[in-house]
Design a protein. Structure first.
Length: 321
């Protein structure tokens, strides 16, 4: 987040539905810096308490919200200028949460009189997909636009940050094991810095009429293969590791056999999504059209992954062989 940003959302009341998650927390910081008043809605509103100290007194509210219970949305959206829907999941009744549920959120925002609505979907949303996550993400986009035609859809790629669950998962495995199996080694990813994605949503909210009805793909400045991502993380950790690139058949079998276990790195659906890659199509506007120059992953890795080195910040980084 850039310091001293123009306060172009001064006094606007913005409701973040599902705002206690990873992206929601970073987005909240960006919106507060721009002067917005926030109402953070979640099934677990107590998780938003860490955001409250980031704003001025009274700048942030929390409210209990469940997207499958429209009456909770009506209460949360009272007096709102804009609503951002960040709700998503990989398990459970995905249609109720990010399919039909997204449409309910948009409809409630329209009835409440919100002038802007941003729906956070995902690159790879596909109504024809065999993977429920991608299919319901696409269904959610359609439901949102049917209920709120001026809504803006954003499709982020994989979001990275110092506190993410993606880079840190790989970093933890690489730090712990000398031999690392690599699933879908040639699949291409286009990870985007979470604060760049947050800035994009804020820019849309600052000029909703300009962007009404559009869909944006939010992706980083480069495409990286899964195998290359593992090597970069190992280098930032200063660890020499043997990477074993697994054929798809073996990777799929491992995901199927272990994906249901607590703490498993990949479920079958996540494996399918990883295998198909996660890059922008190039057919839709992106960060550049919002005046944002995305920052590359390599700008941060050496600094963020110090804690995964053998002696942490007291250990000298060495280049792995």
């Amino acid at each position: 987040m850039v310091k001293n940003r123009e306060r172009d959302l001064e006094g606007k009341l913005i409701v973040l539905v599902g705002g206690t998650g990873f992206f929601g927390t970073h987005l909240a910081q960006e919106l507060l810096a721009r002067g917005a008043r926030l109402r953070i809605g979640s099934r677990h509103p107590e998780r938003a308490f860490t955001v409250k100290p980031l704003g001025n007194l009274g700048q942030t509210q929390t409210v209990a919200v469940d997207v499958t219970k429209p009456h909770t949305l009506a209460v949360a959206f009272t007096g709102a200028d804009a609503v951002v829907n960040l709700v998503g999941a990989f398990a459970g009744n995905l249609d109720a949460v990010q399919g039909k549920g997204a449409g309910l959120v948009a409809a409630a925002a329209k009835v409440a009189g919100a002038s802007a609505f941003v729906h956070v979907s995902a690159i790879g949303a596909d109504i024809e997909s065999k993977v429920a996550y991608a299919r319901t993400k696409a269904a959610g986009e359609a439901a949102v636009l049917a209920a709120f035609p001026e809504a803006v859809i954003v499709r982020p790629s994989i979001l990275f940050a110092q506190d993410d669950a993606f880079i840190n998962m790989f970093a933890g495995l690489i730090a712990a094991f000398p031999v690392i199996p690599v699933f879908a080694p040639t699949a291409k990813l286009q990870p985007v810095f979470v604060d760049d994605a947050a800035e994009a949503v804020a820019a849309i909210l600052a000029a909703p009429a300009v962007h009404a009805g559009k869909t944006f793909e939010l992706a980083g400045p480069e495409q990286i293969s899964v195998a290359d991502l593992n090597r970069r993380i190992a280098q930032a950790e200063g660890r020499g590791r043997l990477f074993v690139e697994l054929p798809d058949g073996i990777s799929g079998a491992i995901a199927a056999l272990t994906g249901w276990l607590p703490g498993a790195p990949l479920s079958t659906d996540q494996w399918q999504l990883l295998k198909q890659g996660n890059v922008a199509s190039g057919a839709l506007p992106g960060l550049a059209e919002l005046g944002i120059k995305p920052r590359p992953l390599d700008l941060f890795l050496d600094r963020w992954l110090v804690r995964f080195r053998k002696y942490g910040r007291f250990g000298a980084k060495t280049r792995p062989a």
